[in-house]
Design a protein around this ligand. Structure first.
Ligand SMILES: Nc1ncnc2c1ncn2[C@@H]1O[C@H](COP(=O)(O)OP(=O)(O)OP(=O)(O)O)[C@@H](O)[C@H]1O
Length: 765
């Protein structure tokens, strides 16, 4: 069941210091008319779920829009109400209010305690309250100087504030005393636009937990009431240095909020929740599992017109954000060592797991005492006419039967309240004891590893590469390149070549790499030839030419060059001549690596006169100078590719700039053809398949992340060589789309034949 964020708009009255005008007016119940800030002869109309003018009371807003949302927490859902608008638009007035005119927070708490009295149910009500000030989280119930709290994500991707104080409240008066004290801890200041401006985002969470006698389950509903700081135009606020720092933090987080809403609406693969603390914490309320409502506060008057226009545009976009609310069941479970460790690190509430997705029941006692009323509402929900969610309808049905017949069958997503989740099997059967759970996890891990092995050995590797996103291909290619360079440096040329070739398979568009591979192949061939000469007791080729006899070396270098060219016969002939000369001249001089050829032979070598480092420039010059070489080259029309006197690892880049001629195996495709072929294939694909095919392994890991607890997920990620950033991205993708869809689509698309893979895929999907 999906639920769009409800957006209501509230226009505050003109303040005493302001000059009234009619630039912003409410029309009917849902339309706001605003003068166009660019052309004041025209109007723009914005539609919302409800619109309230200056005279609307706090009570009306609470009764009409907030109260129904607060009711939902008694069905095990989470609900969020947040106020959005420019500074001084009335957000704090709406959410918090004053003693004379209380806002949403005191009204909601009164309502919750009234529920408790009416239902005579044993509700456990707890509150936490914190603020985000300049991108740092501060506990408002237990403020400590300079102590900021970290935001964490548990194994089931639930965001929580580690070490945040939670206080049990037993009555409204008890709550109010704590709340009023906490309010004093908030960062507020006077600005030119608001005497009492909130300089932070403040978030109050009320958690209501109760045991259902009928189902013998514990349920948990949550209400988040959020007072966002207002966006500020610093040209008008005339903020000083301190205020400016606050203001830029506020504006930045609100900017990220806008980007998050934009990304959610456009179905973007990356939603930038992590770009600010506020959006990270609101993640669940924006496109998550909570019911959301935004109150857009608008300041009237021409001075605010541009801000008002921006605010309303943002609010209109937010109306499209869809949440998928699910109910939360709390399961008691035994503490393991890992649980205890997590608790010490600040997990919110240990020894409890919140399972999301089962049908939310109304509090059992209330249902028993108001059977007649509840039957009516159950009917309304079943008819689809009530305000309850689909989950609520399920609850009504279960209530009429006395038990929940579907509970055992329903697949259950999971959630934890700062603690690791218990793995659940598809089909709803919960593995209750920790031993069973860990067995299940290691089994999955073993299977994932097996899949990977199978993929590496059995599947057509080009098909696998094809599944990768361009970014992943490039990344993989870089990995191979890194290893290849290291091997090349070490002198392990054969292995380096294999690694370079692998890198090219992932990134065939890298033309330079192709050239480098061709050169490396040539070097390996040369190297092998020389090794074989050495093994025959021939002269070692690390000899250096005597400066006076350079020209005579021409044919030798040319032989090397020719060996790489199509004219192998010629190269062989020249090499043979050189070898012969070397053999004739080995009389004793080989031992000190000096070879003097007979004056009659054109090949005169003397290693002693030059430093090894001199060789390269000499070599290049030499070839250019050699008249014999030039003649031969002209005749044979081969590229001028000087051979190396010896092999120097990693020296490829220093060599002659001449390029080796590219050769292509018969039937092999060039880079362009390969690219065209791939483009055609991609064009054939259905455009609505928005898979993040970031590699099969990753998808498996992603599934595993959902199925197993965090310690094992981490281990798995390590084994897979997945970095933290990528893991977070996967978690986010899977959290949004669910791994099942990935796996199922992948299976259909690739039509795996391998029985083992099919077997494993069917376990996931
Ligand atoms: N509906 C209203 N009726 C009467 N007064 C209002 C109303 N809304 C706002 N005000 C008054 O307007 C002033 C600014 O309101 P408020 O402090 O709530 O703004 P804000 O949006 O929270 O600003 P900031 O973001 O700077 O904290 C306050 O004096 C408040 O009492």
């Amino acid at each position: 069941m999906s639920h769009k964020i409800k957006v209501v708009c509230r226009v505050r009255p003109f303040l005493q210091k302001e000059k009234p005008d009619s630039s912003v007016t409410v029309e009917g119940k849902t339309v706001l008319r605003v003068t166009n800030p660019r052309d004041n002869t025209k109007d723009i109309r914005f539609n919302f779920d409800a619109c309230y003018g200056a005279r609307t009371s706090q009570e009306t807003i609470y009764k009409n829009d907030v109260r129904p949302l607060v009711e939902t927490i008694f069905t095990g859902l989470s609900a969020t109400v947040f106020c959005y608008g420019v500074t001084g638009a009335g957000k704090t007035h709406t959410i918090q209010g004053s003693e004379q005119d209380p806002g949403i927070i005191p009204r909601a708490l009164e309502h919750i305690f009234m529920h408790q009295r009416q239902d005579a149910a044993d509700y456990d009500i707890r509150i936490s309250y914190f603020e985000i000030y300049k991108e740092a989280v501060f506990d408002l119930l237990k403020p400590q100087d300079n102590v900021t709290l970290p935001i964490r994500e548990d194994a089931s991707h639930k965001i929580f504030i580690a070490g945040l104080t939670e206080r049990k409240v037993t009555s409204f008066e008890h709550f109010d005393a704590i709340y009023q004290r906490a309010l004093g801890n908030r960062h507020t200041a006077s600005t030119k636009l608001n005497n009492h401006s909130s300089r932070s985002h403040a978030i109050l969470t009320v958690r209501v937990e109760w045991a259902d006698d009928l189902t013998k389950k514990t349920w948990c509903g949550r209400l988040h009431l959020i007072d966002l700081a207002g966006s500020e135009d610093n040209r008008r606020t005339e903020n000083g240095r301190d205020r400016m720092a606050e203001s830029s933090a506020i504006n930045r987080s609100l900017f990220v909020l806008g980007q998050v809403v934009e990304a959610l609406n456009t179905g973007s693969l990356r939603v930038p929740f992590r770009d600010s603390k506020m959006t990270r914490i609101l993640q669940d309320s924006l496109g998550g599992e909570s019911l959301g409502m935004m109150i857009v506060n608008v300041a009237p008057g021409t001075v605010f017109l541009q801000d008002t226009h921006n605010t309303l545009n943002f609010a209109t976009k937010s109306r499209e954000v869809v949440n998928k609310p699910v109910a939360h069941e709390v399961v008691e479970h035994k503490w393991t060592a890992v649980d205890r460790l997590q608790h010490h690190r600040g997990a919110a509430r240990p020894a409890r797991t919140v399972i999301v997705g089962t049908s939310p029941p109304k509090a059992a006692k209330r249902r028993r005492s108001h059977d007649d009323i509840d039957q009516g509402s159950a009917k309304r929900r079943a008819d689809g006419t009530g305000t309850g969610t689909g989950a609520g309808a399920g609850a009504a049905k279960r209530h009429s039967d006395g038990v929940d017949p579907g509970a055992a069958k329903r697949p259950v997503a999971r959630h934890s309240d700062g603690m690791p989740t218990q793995p659940l099997r598809r089909g709803g059967a919960r593995l209750a004891d920790a031993k069973g759970a860990s067995q299940e996890s290691s089994e999955i891990m073993a299977r994932v590893l097996r899949i990977e092995k199978q993929l590496n050995t059995q599947l057509d590797s080009s098909a696998v590469i094809d599944m990768f996103t361009p970014a992943t291909k490039l990344k993989t290619s870089r990995g191979w390149l890194k290893h290849a360079r290291e091997l090349e440096q070490k002198g392990d040329l054969d292995k380096a070549l294999v690694h370079f070739e692998e890198a090219l398979r992932y990134a065939p568009e890298l033309n330079k790499l192709e050239t480098h591979i061709a050169r490396l192949r040539a070097r390996i061939r040369r190297h092998k030839r020389r090794s074989s000469l050495q093994s025959h007791g021939e002269a070692a080729w690390q000899v250096e030419p005597a400066a006076s006899k350079r020209d005579s070396l021409g044919p030798l270098w040319l032989a090397d060059g020719l060996a790489e060219s199509p004219n192998l016969e010629k190269a062989k002939r020249i090499t043979k001549k050189v070898k012969l000369a070397a053999r004739n001249a080995t009389d004793g001089s080989v031992h000190d690596r000096r070879i003097s050829f007979s004056a009659r032979t054109p090949f005169v070598l003397d290693a002693g006169d030059l430093e090894p480092g001199d060789r390269k420039p000499v070599t290049t010059k030499l070839l250019a100078k050699s008249s014999a070489a030039a003649r031969l080259q002209r005749r044979l029309a081969v590229p001028q590719t000087p051979g190396d006197g010896d092999f120097v690892p990693g020296s490829d880049s220093d060599e002659s700039p001449a390029k080796p001629k590219k050769r292509r195996a018969p039937g092999a495709m060039g880079v362009r053809e390969l690219l065209e072929q791939r483009q055609k294939r991609e064009a054939k694909r259905s455009p609505d398949v928005k898979l993040d095919l970031a590699g099969f392994n990753e998808i498996c890991v992603a599934s595993a992340l959902q199925m197993i607890n965090s310690a094992e997920a981490k281990k798995l990620m390590k084994l897979q060589g997945i970095g933290k950033r990528r893991a977070e991205q996967i978690q986010e993708n899977v959290r949004r789309d669910g791994p099942i869809r990935h796996i199922a689509e992948l299976r259909d698309r690739l039509q795996f034949k391998n029985k083992l893979i099919l077997d494993i895929l069917s376990t996931f999907a």
